[in-house]
Design a binder for this molecule. Structure first.
Ligand SMILES: Nc1ncnc2c1ncn2[C@@H]1O[C@H](COP(=O)(O)OP(=O)(O)OP(=O)(O)O)[C@@H](O)[C@H]1O
Ligand SMILES: [Mg+2]
Length: 419
């Protein structure tokens, strides 16, 4: 592993194995469960069952080859509850980390995709193809590795005009040859029928004393001396359960010059003040003001929101600002490209590539706007929370959304929800 000072601590200290991590409390229905054990079981059972299914389907296929049309049998698939599970919980509590740690322990490769990209299915297929494609000497190794599919932000998935979000997800689930773990930040009523089918684990934030232990270890390792236990407690309190936020703050704070207790305290308070207001401004400026890559960089460098956060906001706001189909397509194309780069960064620890990731998901997305630069007020959408549906839509807005919906095939409720 390279010793790269650009490496964000949240990645550097991502646990490599379940054994070395503090497991968050999780519930399945009312029952408290060990989520790592449950996931392990799920993965194990998946491969046993899919093997049987594949064997049966082979028999069905060979039967069908000689059977009359009337006698033809349908192929079968794994019931959805055995093909996928959902981890639900607020941002930064370790859902993604559990999945990667587990994959490491089981010597599996994680194929990660993002559900708020409407082309989840295509992009997943492309990624799966890419990994099984010849890769020279690595081929031998990766061919042997089983795959684990991680679909993030399932709460952001769009259905298209003839079908809702849930059938779109179930489509993927039905056809999968690999176990699927989905992540979501919150309960979504439009996903209720999905919850009825696949196991949904509610993951809770780590308790404060665990967070303190984790952060103290990091400080020791980074040789950070001036941050006190009081600072730590304040950071943890300010982040409300978000361990990723805690670690990001810690890294930012440790970059400061030697400072007094008061100065550090002020700094901690400044980290999250106005974050929401700030991000609203950044999103508007990015989509509506920025005209060059240089300007996009300036804007993203200036803000101290982390890339995870910014990425989600940009992703969520694309359909609000970009209205032409070809521009939308280009925007999503660049976002997918950004995803690819990030996958590479994470796999190979190439943190020096992080600026290119930013360029693609920020500049790359907003600069596709050529024909129309939306002027005037456009709603900025909060990625994690949805406001109540479109009572206050003006007719103009309604017809605009109608248009977006048609060109981009997002569901009515999904389009309206964002107002
Ligand atoms: N023992 C630990 N257990 C869990 N997470 C840890 C631990 N030690 C450090 N971390 C850090 O905590 C962070 C947890 O963030 P992670 O990305 O897993 O959250 P998440 O729940 O997937 O968030 P989101 O919903 O936004 O995707 C990671 O950056 C990881 O490095
Ligand atoms: Mg995550």
């Amino acid at each position: 592993m390279s010793n790269n000072s650009n490496e964000p601590w949240v990645e550097k200290y991502r646990p490599k194995s379940i054994k070395e991590m503090a497991l968050p409390m999780a519930k399945l229905g009312r029952q408290r469960v060990n989520v790592a054990e449950k996931l392990k079981e799920f993965i194990h059972n998946f491969f046993e069952e899919i093997k049987k299914i594949n064997e049966k389907n082979q028999q069905i296929r060979s039967f069908n080859r000689t059977a009359t049309e009337k006698q033809q049998k349908d192929e079968i698939s794994l019931p959805p509850e055995k093909a996928a599970v959902l981890l639900e919980g607020q941002p930064g509590i370790g859902k993604t980390s559990i999945v990667y740690a587990l994959a490491n322990d089981l010597n599996m490769e994680v194929i990660e995709t993002n559900a708020s990209d409407t082309r989840t299915r295509d992009s997943l297929e492309a990624k799966l193809k890419e990994t099984s494609k010849s890769r020279g000497i690595m081929d031998f190794i990766s061919e042997k590795k089983k795959k684990l599919i991680l679909i993030d932000e399932i709460d952001g998935i769009y259905g298209n005009k003839d079908r809702g979000a849930v059938p779109a997800i179930l489509d993927i689930v039905k056809q999968t040859q690999f176990p699927i773990i989905m992540c979501s930040n919150e309960y979504k009523s439009n996903l209720q029928s999905l919850y009825n089918i696949i196991p949904r684990y509610e993951v809770h934030p780590l308790p404060k004393d665990e967070m303190i232990k984790i952060t103290i270890k990091i400080m020791k390792n980074e040789n950070v001396k001036e941050i006190t236990k009081e600072d730590l407690e304040l950071i943890i309190e300010r982040n409300g359960g978000d361990l990723r936020g805690v670690i990001n703050d810690l890294q930012a704070l440790s970059k400061g010059e030697r400072s007094s207790d008061e100065e550090r305290k002020d700094m901690i308070y400044s980290f999250h003040r106005d974050t929401t207001e700030e991000i609203f401004g950044i999103i508007r400026d990015l989509f509506q003001e920025v005209e060059t890559l240089e300007q996009a960089r300036e804007l993203t460098n200036k803000s101290d929101v982390d890339y995870n956060f910014l990425y989600k906001w940009i992703n969520q706001n694309i359909p609000s600002f970009i209205t032409y189909k070809d521009e939308l397509e280009n925007a999503y194309e660049n976002l997918a490209e950004a995803d690819k780069i990030f996958g590479r960064i994470r796999r190979n620890m190439e943190w020096s590539l992080l600026p290119y990731f930013y360029d693609l998901f920020a500049g790359g997305v907003v600069l596709v706007q050529k024909k129309s630069r939306s002027k005037g007020f456009r709603p900025v959408n909060f990625p994690r929370y949805s406001s109540s549906a479109g009572m206050s839509l003006s007719n103009a807005e309604k017809s605009l959304y109608q248009k977006i919906r048609q060109v981009y095939e997002i569901s009515q409720t999904e389009a309206l929800r964002d107002f």
